[in-house]
Design a protein around this ligand. Structure first.
Ligand code: LLP
Length: 428
């Protein structure tokens, strides 16, 4: 459920009509709903109920500081995968103690930054990384709290580009080798083992792969404890999928996920950490665009928008489906037209959707891509020198721009001419 509904025939974000935002901000823009972010965070929090837990929002899915601050205010921790994301979380006021650091290639600089600023734990993904972290921690006179990310070799049954828990993936340490790697960790004085971490993939629409992974994890915890390791926390990663096509997707609900966690892992007495991204932010955001032209081709009709693949890359990168809806609600019985919805970038891949049934639309009409909050703005680029799309946060009847559209001066101003091309410096 989200808070983007037609009211009086006009699509609103909570209490704000989208044409009002379009008129002041210009299109395209991303718009997020505070109420939806809050509701989705709360679903996870409630689903884990009385199990000791921390819901660490996966910053990579939507990293605007205003969004992070909204969630942190509800008690959320953060899951970060870079020094940049760590800085964002801290700028949003999240204490280091509530930040977990995931990722397959943490650099020495990132280790220093986070050890210095405070960190809940590092989810370590290789022996090489373990050795590096040990050395950095010792050099700083600190002890780094760690989990090891184990790769349970389960098939997450999701898009190949976002499955992470199979043995051929680059992530984690094979679960079969976990005991020897934990023994190594215990021998390193700069590290303190606090738990185990697993993340098997993203946009999972079935609980079965989670069940398999959790069962393997439970067995491992028993073995590791018998080996003498203090396993106090289980980080279960993120990955719960969302309904992208409102008409027919029915992924499992957070409460079912919570019940599964309790069933498979509740008896271990561990604190549970989860790292949901998409389920909190995905349906909390829209990308709103204008039609530049409607164009009739020989075989197909096109809606050419002012948003493009650089603004929302998921359709061209993962063949992802996003519902496209007109901002002005069509009359129920009005005629529908089949459109290919495309952007203006010079690539056939710049296609958002093919053969979508929409009312007749024309230049200047507004459309919205649903479920664009996660992996939307964060994956945008300036390809074709198209400025990054601004972000807007709605809260009840209020809205605010939480990231400005950069000016062309800013964009061009980042480039530098070397002396041999710079006419003003050539003779110097
Ligand atoms: N934890 C770890 C270690 C992760 O790698 C990820 C996502 C998450 C948590 C959050 O997963 P979520 O709850 O959002 O599924 N760009 C792709 C998705 C990439 C996901 C990468 N890892 C997309 O647009 O579908």
């Amino acid at each position: 459920m989200d808070h983007f509904l037609y009211r009086g025939g006009v699509l609103h974000a909570e209490g704000v009509a989208l044409p009002q935002i379009a008129a002041s901000v210009g299109t395209p823009f991303y718009v997020y709903s505070t109420a939806t972010l809050t509701r989705h965070y709360q679903l996870f929090h409630d689903a884990l109920g009385d199990l000791p837990h921390l819901v660490c929002f996966s910053v990579k899915s939507l990293s605007n500081i205003a969004v992070l601050k909204t969630l942190a205010g509800l008690g959320a921790g953060m899951d970060v995968v870079s020094g940049g994301e760590y800085r964002r979380a801290r700028a949003a006021g999240v204490p280091g103690d509530n930040i977990v650091f995931s990722g397959v290639g943490k650099t020495v600089e990132e280790m220093r930054l986070t050890l210095d600023g405070g960190i809940r734990q590092f989810n370590v993904e290789s022996e090489a990384e373990m050795a590096a972290l040990n050395a950095v921690a010792l050099s700083m006179g600190k002890v780094a709290p760690i989990t090891v990310r184990v790769n349970p070799d389960v098939d997450a049954k999701t898009h190949a580009k976002i499955a992470t828990g199979k043995k051929e993936n680059k992530f984690g340490i094979p679960i079969s080798r976990a005991r020897e790697v934990y023994a190594l960790a215990a021998s390193l004085p700069g590290l303190r083992v606090v738990g185990v971490d697993v993340h098997i993939g993203s946009q999972l629409t079935d609980l079965a792969p989670f069940a398999q992974a959790f069962e393997k994890l439970a067995e491992l915890v028993v073995q590791l404890r018998a080996d003498g390791h203090g396993i106090e926390r289980l980080d279960l990663g993120g990955g719960l999928g969302i309904p992208y096509a409102q008409s027919n997707d029915t992924p499992p609900l957070p409460q079912d996920y919570g019940a599964l966690v309790r069933e498979k892992l509740g008896h271990l007495g561990c604190e549970i950490e989860i790292e949901p991204g998409r389920l909190i932010s995905g349906n909390a955001g829209l990308l709103v665009a204008s039609v530049i032209y409607a164009k009739s081709g020989e075989e197909r009709d096109f809606l050419i928008l002012d948003a493009a693949m650089n603004d929302l890359v998921r359709p061209s990168m993962y063949d992802a489906h996003h519902d496209v809806v007109p901002v002005i609600e069509p009359a129920p019985a009005s005629e529908r037209h089949s459109y290919d919805v495309v952007g203006p970038v010079c690539e056939t891949g710049d296609t958002f959707a093919r053969g979508r049934a929409l009312p007749l639309l024309d230049a200047g009409d507004l459309v919205a891509f649903r479920s664009a909050g996660a992996y939307g703005a964060v994956m945008a680029s300036e390809y074709n020198t198209r400025p990054l799309v601004p972000e807007v946060l709605v809260h009840g009847d209020h809205y605010a721009v939480i990231r400005e559209r950069p000016s062309y001066e800013e964009i061009l101003g980042r480039d530098r001419l070397p002396a041999w091309l710079d006419d003003s410096r050539k003779d110097a």
